[in-house]
Ligand binder design. Structure first.
Ligand code: FAD
Length: 397
């Protein structure tokens, strides 16, 4: 592979970790990392949390120190958009007309916020620029209407309350986070936000946003000084689509993160890859997935890859409530709780056919490995033992 050029499109966490791994595994060809943003790769979780609140420096979010890329002979090209992939000539067309030949290519183009029609003037949150703009709003104070009670909407609402703004959180479903966690857990998060002074409007859909107010279906008006929208993300697949790669809710890849095009790989938020453990394709929009899939894709580029079968994991911090979720549950028979739900120190377990699909620990720590082992084992679990805090989780796997 000496003398070959491996190109990574997407200077986010997945792309940066892939470049690091190529070098770490001894690849001595050319590595080019292309990112459309002006910043070198950074992690996004602080953008809705401490960075947004002005409590963390920009520097803490970067994946690597500034000198890292040069020191590791990684050609980092910021503010450079890749515009097209030519699979016949094996070249990438860059904005401005340059062409970059590649032997192997990794697409780590991430995702972008889903736009709400009619909300052109609203704040969205994906990158440093968005977070800086919203940070200005949080400094300014006033009334903030947050549309969408998913992770981003909930974290923005929490950060804004922590900065003293009046916050109305508008959610279409019956509870925030219901789409991922189900109604029971959604209600727990609803109570957390209400307890912190958020006006939470559920079952509410937006009809219009204009002139300092949000109008809901049915005519209710939410007066506000600022509007933030967090209604999910869509994978950035334009490049892949134009090149004819197979798509289905993202770029389709096998369990080694190989796309339908020879020598083209995908990782992070953009990929919908076959997961051997869940026997399904999964597209995961979380930090840990980008952190692990970037390196996994790099190893596949080097032909030393293994099937990627990490259990999806994510975390969220809202006020004084921290949580971690491991697993993948879309349908379940029951949710079993262990611990003090009212006191917001508990673990929730999603069960289907007597087996654990996912677990979420809220203000309880150091249990993720045990939860993951139990999911991975596929062992039948007795709900009574799951519920019982005297039974070691590790003994259940
Ligand atoms: P991205 O981070 O989206 O990076 C992709 C990069 O590729 C972007 O910089 C983009 O500009 C660039 N790009 C795209 N197309 C091109 C092109 N054609 N040419 C050049 N460059 C291109 N996850 C958690 O688990 N916990 C959290 O608490 C959490 N908080 C979050 C808070 C916020 C505000 C956001 C936005 C996300 C959060 N996430 C969290 C999700 C997590 O940040 C993402 O899963 C992760 O960023 C995905 O990384 P990625 O490298 O796949 O894609």
């Amino acid at each position: 592979m000496s003398g070959e050029t491996y190109v990574i499109v997407g200077g986010g966490l997945a792309g940066a970790k892939a470049a690091e791994t190529l070098r770490g595994e001894g690849f001595d060809g050319r590595v080019v990392l292309i990112g459309a943003e002006p910043d070198r790769p950074y992690e996004r979780p602080p953008l809705s949390k401490d960075y947004l609140r002005g409590e963390a420096e920009r520097e803490t979010a970067y994946v690597h120190p500034a000198a890292y890329y040069e020191e590791h002979d990684i050609e980092l090209r910021t503010e450079t958009a890749a515009e097209a992939i030519d699979l016949n000539t094996r070249e990438l067309a860059l904005a401005g007309g340059a062409r970059l030949p590649f032997h192997r290519l990794l697409l780590a183009t991430g995702a972008e916020p889903r736009r709400l029609p009619g909300a052109e003037g609203a704040h969205y949150l994906r990158d440093f620029r968005d977070s800086d703009a919203l940070r200005g709003v949080l400094e300014q104070g006033g009334r903030l209407a947050v549309i969408g009670g998913g992770w981003i909407g909930c974290e923005v609402a929490a950060s804004a309350r922590q900065k003293g703004l009046e916050v109305t959180l508008i959610e279409q479903a019956a509870a925030p986070l219901e789409a991922v966690l189900g109604h029971e857990l959604g209600e727990i998060y609803a109570a957390i936000h209400r307890d912190h002074g958020v006006e939470l409007l559920t079952g509410a859909s937006v009809e219009a946003i204009d002139g300092g107010q949000v109008t809901l279906a049915g005519g209710r008006v939410v007066p506000c000084d600022h509007v933030a929208v967090g209604i999910g993300v869509v994978p950035r697949t334009e490049l892949a689509e134009a090149a004819g790669l197979q798509l289905d809710n993202g770029i389709v890849a096998d369990n080694r993160l190989r796309t339908s095009a020879d020598g083209v790989f995908a990782a992070g938020d953009v990929v919908n890859a076959w997961h051997p453990l869940f026997n399904a394709r999964l597209r995961v929009e979380h930090w840990h997935n980008a952190l692990e899939q970037g390196p996994a894709a790099a190893r596949s580029m080097l032909d030393t890859g293994e099937p990627y079968d990490r259990i999806p994991y994510f975390f969220s911090d809202q006020y004084d409530v921290g949580m971690e979720y491991a697993g993948h549950a879309t349908e379940w028979d029951e949710v079993v709780f262990r611990g003090d739900v009212g006191g917001r120190e508990f673990i929730a377990f999603w069960l289907k056919d007597g087996r654990l699909l996912a677990g979420m620990n809220v203000n309880v720590w150091d249990v993720t490995d045990d939860i993951q082992a139990l999911i991975r084992s596929g062992a039948p679990v007795d709900p009574a033992r799951l519920r019982d805090p005297d039974v070691e989780l590790a003994s259940l796997a």
